[in-house]
Design a protein around this ligand. Structure first.
Ligand code: MTE
Ligand code: MOS
Length: 804
């Protein structure tokens, strides 16, 4: 058998094919969960009763008035739950709560013959609330000591000593916002009960197995009595990793109680007000540098805003801590992490899973400190890159660290950084109210689930008598192209054309005990499993073919639907012929594949180990232009060099890189979640609950020029066909945009001063950074005028050292 990474002759992996559903996506023929509703006769529609309080006790709940509405069939409450009344795995997410924990929390659900009947019924449900004090912001929660889950510490060396001995020492705070997933498909579930009480739930879930487990525990059933299927999702981005379970449970409970199919599909506003988002964070930090700008020590405390319940907040925080180093070696480090409990939606996984938040802290520090250190920010970054042989703060050697410099240099060249910097300087010299800047930032992102057990996957591959192939695997498709890659892997492993292979929707009764489609690992994991299954079948077919060709089975070759032997020119068999022979000889034509990532270890208590199989690397150079009157900006050009190993599917990878970058730029510049923090009636209400108030990046916010280059000769040994994960890492390439905005804002003032920039760096935030820079410029001019006056009178001493 070949190694995992080695590719056979004429592989189907590496070919630039379109997404397997591209034509269906653009013609509208692709089916999403809610499109199946029309196929469910007698379906009932569900509508939530959402509480208008940030925090309150449910003093009284009266459902009979709802039942008077024509078409209302039933109201689901806690009393209906036969199993466990909880939508999560931590036991802190009551499905039907007695205590409202955030504005918009659903206290019960109304089922109706039509959606309108259910909606009107929900209005008639009478609820009395006894309001309780609420905490909304991170500072409020920190002040009140409102935390949840475990506290984490990641440490190496002696940060205090490192800081004490540093020639340059800085400290600060940084609070930055979260992000709404804004997948195009809102959460959807459709449940019905089959014969014998078997519950079948179609769900827009990234984690069908966990949805199955939650539905089972809510209904008081075993896992084998519940099947969950996900046809595909219109985007998940982490928002459907843990959040779908409760909605699936509501649909399933309704189906069991009424004997009719039940559909839950959130409206956009319901989705925005009920489901979790990326965690915003607060960071306080101290950093020390030597005279050459090398980071000597970092001490920081990160507080994430977990919202009302834990769900994935602990693993998200773990990843934040494990990524605070980004691409940089920090010899002495001590980082504390804690999760605030606030009266907001339960913040959750979002592309990068805490990694972006951790990395943003250090990128912000470098961006702030570079001018005061008198070192160009790009040079400061490069100087601190990991070198081969160095290890991360959690003790993992940084494999392929040399790629950081290699990628940086290729980017520098391709983006024509030298020439453009000169042009930018010339531009800025003649424009008083418009400034440009170009910034480069790197990405290093660990691939694998931190929790070792999740790094396993299964697949089920069927070859039919005509030689056609059907693949099931444990991963879900959310637009990221996983299925396309799996088709390419199967076609490569079996040596058949892509058209021979089809994929079946992800279902828990085909491949059990799956991990979430997350952590960018789904291709590595499911690809390993699909390849394993295909190779078992190919091995059996090789024996059949070897007999026909009178050669040894090891010498049989499968390429493009033909079966031959080494050195054969004259004779070959078709794949279908060999399959047919195998069937007649009673050789099994299906196989279950399995894959576990080798060589991982993680000790969550000590926060030490080697949790990642490898690191994905990349770097971006972004140029922006800022208008000094308004803070409005343009993204002029972005160049990206990104390491995907040997790409399995170059078009898919390109899409992931472009999409990830733009989504990251949205988080860092445009997208601002605003909650009502007043003491008024709407305290706790999400004010940005529509696309009109929550600004997403669109075509007009794309960089005017965007160039993506895949890092070459990048084979990743130990991963399926030499590839690397791509789903999340490119999001963090967007740091380059934020740093360019900081530098452009700084260009309105004197050199050598720290520029603070809020997160997100909205035009308003950039405007204030420009104002501060200009103010500093005026002050410097006044000082200069005063001191030249003074100098005329008497000599002055040396300037005081600058402290950031
Ligand atoms: N790309 C699209 N188009 N839609 C998505 O929802 N999710 C991202 C990323 N890319 C997402 C996406 C996230 S959060 C992850 S973890 C990965 O895809 C998951 O898929 P993978 O493991 O197959 O990369
Ligand atoms: Mo992605 S945040 O791991 O679903």
């Amino acid at each position: 058998m070949r190694s995992l990474a080695e590719r056979p002759e004429s592989p189907v992996v590496g070919v630039a094919v379109p997404h397997e559903s591209a034509a269906l996506h653009v013609t509208g023929a692709a089916l999403y969960t809610d499109d199946l509703v029309g196929r469910a006769p007698g379906v009932l529609h569900a509508w939530p009763v959402q509480a208008p309080h940030a925090h309150a006790r449910v003093a009284m709940l009266r459902t009979p008035p709802a039942l008077e509405v024509p078409g209302v069939v039933r109201v689901l409450t806690a009393a209906d739950v036969p199993g466990i009344n909880d939508a999560g795995i931590k036991g802190d997410e009551p499905l039907f709560p007695t205590e409202v924990m955030f504005y918009g929390h659903a206290v019960c659900w109304v089922l109706g013959e039509t959606l309108e009947a259910a909606r009107v019924g929900a209005e008639r449900v009478e609820v009395e609330y006894a309001p309780l004090p609420s905490l909304l912001t991170l500072p409020e929660a920190i002040e009140a000591g409102s935390f949840q889950g475990s506290r984490l510490t990641l440490a190496r060396g002696d940060a205090a000593a490192g800081l004490a001995g540093a020639a340059h020492r800085f400290g600060g705070e940084f609070e930055f916002g979260g992000q709404e997933h804004f997948y195009l498909e809102t959460h959807a579930s459709l449940a019905h009960v089959d014969e014998g009480g078997q519950v079948f739930v179609q769900s827009s879930t990234q984690h069908p197995t966990e949805t199955q487990e939650i539905v089972a525990h809510v209904l008081g059933l075993h896992s084998h009595e519940v099947t969950v299927q996900c046809v595909r999702m219109g985007g998940g981005f982490g928002g459907k990793e843990m959040q779908p379970h409760g909605f699936a449970a509501v649909a399933a409970l309704g189906a069991v109680l009424t004997g009719r199919p039940v559909r839950v599909r959130l409206t956009r506003t319901q989705d925005l007000t009920m489901t979790g988002k990326r965690h915003g964070f607060h960071a306080s930090w101290e950093v020390g540098f030597d005279d050459d700008g090398h980071i000597l020590a970092l001490r920081a405390t990160l507080t994430s805003d977990g919202g009302w319940s834990l769900d994935l907040s602990e693993p998200v925080l773990t990843r934040a801590l494990c990524h605070i180093d980004n691409a940089y070696f920090v010899p002495d480090i001590e980082v504390h992490g804690r999760i605030a409990r606030t009266n907001k939606t339960s913040q959750t996984a979002f592309r990068g899973f805490g990694g972006p938040q951790g990395m943003l802290v250090l990128e912000d520090i470098l961006g702030r400190c570079a001018p005061v250190l008198g070192i160009d920010p790009a040079e400061l970054r490069r100087r601190n890159f990991y070198a081969p042989g160095q290890t991360t703060p959690y003790g993992q050697p940084v494999r392929h660290a040399e790629r950081l410099v290699a990628i940086w240099d290729v980017l520098h060249e391709r983006a024509e950084v030298e020439r453009r910097r000169r042009e930018i300087d010339a531009f800025n010299a003649v424009h008083r109210d418009l400034k440009r800047a170009l910034a480069m930032t790197p990405v290093k992102f660990g691939i694998s689930f931190n929790l070792t057990a999740f790094n396993q996957a299964g697949a089920l591959v069927h070859v039919y008598k005509d030689g056609s192939v059907l693949v099931n695997h444990g991963g879900t498709e959310m637009g990221q192209g996983l299925h396309t890659k799996m088709l390419q892997v199967a076609a490569t492993a079996l040596g058949v054309p892509l058209a021979f292979v089809r994929l079946a929707p992800t279902r828990t009764d085909k491949v059990p005990n799956t991990s979430a489609t997350a952590a960018s690992s789904s291709t590595d994991l499911n690809g390993g499993a699909v390849k394993d299954a295909c190779e078992q079948i190919r091995g059996r077919l090789a024996e059949v073919a070897a007999r026909r060709l009178s050669i040894h089975p090891d010498d049989v070759r499968f390429t493009a639907g033909k079966v031959t032997g080494i050195g054969f020119k004259d004779r070959d068999l078709t794949f279908a012929e060999v399959v047919r022979d195998a069937y007649l000889q009673r050789v099994p034509l299906f196989a279950a594949g399995f894959y576990r990532t080798e060589g991982l270890h993680w000790d969550p208590d000590r926060m030490q180990g080697e949790p990642f199989k490898y690191f994905a690397y990349g770097a971006a150079a972004s140029e922006v232009e800022v208008d000094g009157f308004t803070g409005a900006y343009r993204f002029v050009r972005t160049d990206i060099v990104h390491d995907v190993g040997d790409s399995l599917s170059p078009l898919i990878d390109l899409g992931q890189i472009e999409g990830g970058f733009v989504q990251g730029a949205g988080w860092l510049t445009l997208e601002e979640l605003v909650w009502d923090t007043s003491d008024g009636e709407r305290r706790g209400r999400l004010a940005t609950q529509a696309a009109s108030t929550y600004k997403l990046p669109s075509f007009s916010e794309m960089p005017e020029e965007l160039y993506v280059h895949l890092f070459e000769k990048a084979t990743e040994s130990g991963v399926v066909y030499g590839s690397k994960a791509v789903g999340e890492p490119p999001l963090m390439l967007a740091f380059s945009v934020r740093e360019a905005l900081r530098q452009a804002a700084g260009a309105f003032g004197p050199a050598g001063r720290t520029v603070e920039l809020a997160g997100p760096a909205t035009p308003e935030a950039v405007f204030w950074a420009v104002q501060a820079a200009r103010e500093a410029g005026r002050e410097a001019a006044e000082r200069a005028a005063a001191s030249s006056q003074a100098r005329a009178d008497e000599p002055t001493g040396p300037p005081a050292p600058v402290r950031g």
